[in-house]
Design a protein around this ligand. Structure first.
Ligand code: GTP
Ligand code: MG
Length: 292
């Protein structure tokens, strides 16, 4: 289980191994500080953790400390997928975070679960964006709602939800444009998309999911906070965990946003997605430092 999650943490683990050398029974605070900061856990979080740990830290103590990040912050819980029909996900995130790719992955998962899927090309800003989503829809054999470039994205969202309802489709996923969160028109646009989904189907969108690039550091977290302030996020999907040694970013994301991580993206293909599992994640970290 969670093989892809483990695999995607290989570089993070390798970076830790480089600092640790041979695995130990205990580790000093200074060494642990270096490890945690190197893996991209924010300094403030590291300081907080270290405060409550003894000078010589063993496996159990670190395990508990890392796991507590998830217990204390992961308070909001997202709706269970497919708990409604149609179940509607709205995907939000800055440019290049991996929104469209993640939508393909979610559609692929749903298909494997035997669910019918419709995609909404709500990024009407760029011609390439609509095309990218349509290509994925074709490849995966799912439906897509598209419109002309520059069309109102909320009308695409409305059509997607309505189409899903009238055709009896199980799962609808709506893409959005990834312009910067500082633009007030993006805030208005996103709010309108949410309003319009709700109008088409009370309760929709069932999840407003932020896509966060694991390699983007604290700026990505601040952007997600801005999205949360705009429309209230329900959950997060962390992308590009493969190919980075900064797996510790996950701790920062959870601590800062207090949102559940639904999945992690571990590559560019539709199958490169894995449910996030706290225990596996913490065990990989701890296992890189301590003897069994
Ligand atoms: N390695 C890796 N690459 C990813 C992952 N997810 C997305 N990508 C790549 O990241 C790039 C951007 O992905 P998109 O899905 O187009 O991102 P987006 O958020 O839709 O971007 P815009 O539409 O421009 O806002 C593409 O080259 C993807 O293949 C992942 O989990 N791992
Ligand atoms: Mg896109």
């Amino acid at each position: 289980m969670f093989g892809l999650l483990k695999k995607s943490l290989q570089k993070t683990v390798a970076a830790i191994t480089e600092i640790v050398g041979t695995k130990r029974d205990t580790i000093s605070k200074d060494e642990l500080e270096e490890i945690l900061v190197t893996s991209d856990i924010e300094y403030e979080i590291v300081e907080n953790m270290l405060e409550s740990l003894p000078n010589s830290i063993n496996k159990i103590a670190l395990q508990n400390s890392l796991a507590s990040v998830f217990f204390s912050s992961n308070t909001k819980s997202a709706a269970r997928i497919y708990s409604q029909k149609p179940f509607v996900d709205l995907i939000i995130g800055v440019n290049g975070a991996g929104k469209t790719t993640t939508i393909a992955k979610l559609a692929n998962l749903a298909k494997k679960d035997g669910k019918s899927v419709i995609l909404g090309a709500g990024d009407t800003f760029r011609a390439a964006a609509v095309e990218q989503l349509s290509i994925w829809a074709q490849r995966l054999g799912v439906q897509a709602v598209t419109s002309k470039i520059g069309a109102d994205p909320s009308s695409v969202a409305y059509d997607t939800v309505n189409s899903a309802t009238s055709k009896g489709i199980d799962y609808a996923v709506i893409d959005t444009a990834g312009r910067l969160h500082t633009q007030t028109n993006l805030a208005e646009e996103l709010k309108k998309i949410v309003r319009v989904c709700e109008k088409a189907l009370p309760g929709a969108p069932h999840r407003k999911i932020a896509i966060i690039d694991a390699t983007a550091g604290s700026s990505a977290i601040n952007q997600a906070k801005a999205f949360d302030a705009m429309i209230g996020l329900d959950a997060v999907i962390v992308t590009k965990l493969d190919g980075t040694a900064k797996g510790g970013a996950i701790f920062s994301i959870v601590r800062e946003l207090g949102l559940p991580i639904l999945y992690v993206g571990v590559g560019e293909k539709p199958d490169d997605i894995e449910p996030f599992d706290t225990k596996t994640f913490v065990d990989e970290f701890v296992g890189a430092i301590f003897k069994d």
